[in-house]
Design a protein around this ligand. Structure first.
Ligand code: SAM
Length: 227
């Protein structure tokens, strides 16, 4: 099935095999300079509040939290305000500084630090929960494998993973690569048990809405438990 192949293919295969490429349009990791360019402007995802999917599951989340690719920190701060111990990491200094400023303004106690999500094991810490809002779909196939290995290193059996990522239902090629449900399930087949996989939308800034589907880019929101 075309949508299943994405994660297993190399970048070069993705460029040449058209059925898979219609789903996984980007075989390259989005690097720091590309993200920095987005932050130099106003990024589509920086909506000044948590993504609703994370708000919806808040009552089901217990214990410490790592927010990977936390950006300017809205999801991390939301959970800190609910009493969780939260660490937020992002590889860019700018968004981390903004997150730290919001942290003091709101009287929160999140640990925000600059750290590469592809080196999660170097955090030398284990978390009860990991949040990923918009990072997973930024990686090439090889980096996806490395990222998922890092997620295992910062979790323990019973830890929960909450991910919001672009789905193959989003037409066109604006934004990051699209991931299919099957590709996601393959990626997390070892070490994780899926609890839910929901079709949903990203909320994006109103001024960027025209780049995506009405009601926001199609997305997957999934919850998995570390086994
Ligand atoms: C789409 S944004 C989402 C930001 C935030 N989670 C939110 O929902 O507003 C993805 C974030 O991941 C960060 N990022 C991308 N690659 C990363 C990496 N290798 N290590 C750490 N952060 C990364 C980017 O700088 C950016 O802030």
């Amino acid at each position: 099935m075309a949508t299943d192949a994405g994660v297993a293919l190399s970048s070069s295969q993705l460029e040449t095999s058209s059925p898979a490429a219609t789903v996984d349009t980007k075989g390259c990791t989005i690097d720091a300079s590309e993200f920095q360019q987005k932050y130099d402007d106003l990024p589509a995802w920086d909506i000044g509040r948590p993504q609703p999917e994370f708000v919806n599951i808040a009552d089901h989340l217990h214990g410490s939290i790592l927010d990977v690719g936390c950006g300017t920190g809205e999801n991390a701060l939301f959970f800190a305000e609910r009493g969780h111990t939260v660490t937020g990491v992002d590889f860019l200094a700018g968004p981390i500084e903004t997150a730290q400023r919001k942290n003091s303004e709101r009287g929160c106690d999140v640990t925000f630090k600059q750290h590469d999500a592809l080196k999660l094991s170097q955090l030398n810490e284990k978390f009860d929960n990991v949040l990923d809002s918009g990072l997973l779909h930024s990686f090439s196939n090889d980096d996806l494998q490395q990222y998922v290995a890092g997620l295992a290193a910062v979790t323990h059996p019973g830890s929960k993973l909450f991910v919001l990522c672009f789905s193959e239902l989003e037409p066109g090629s604006k934004g990051p690569r699209r991931l299919s449900e099957t590709a996601i399930r393959e990626l997390f087949a070892d070490n994780w048990k899926f609890e839910s996989m929901t079709r949903t939308r990203f909320i994006v800034r109103e001024d960027t809405q025209a780049n995506y589907s009405d009601d926001g880019p199609h997305a997957w929101f999934f919850v998995a438990e570390r086994v």
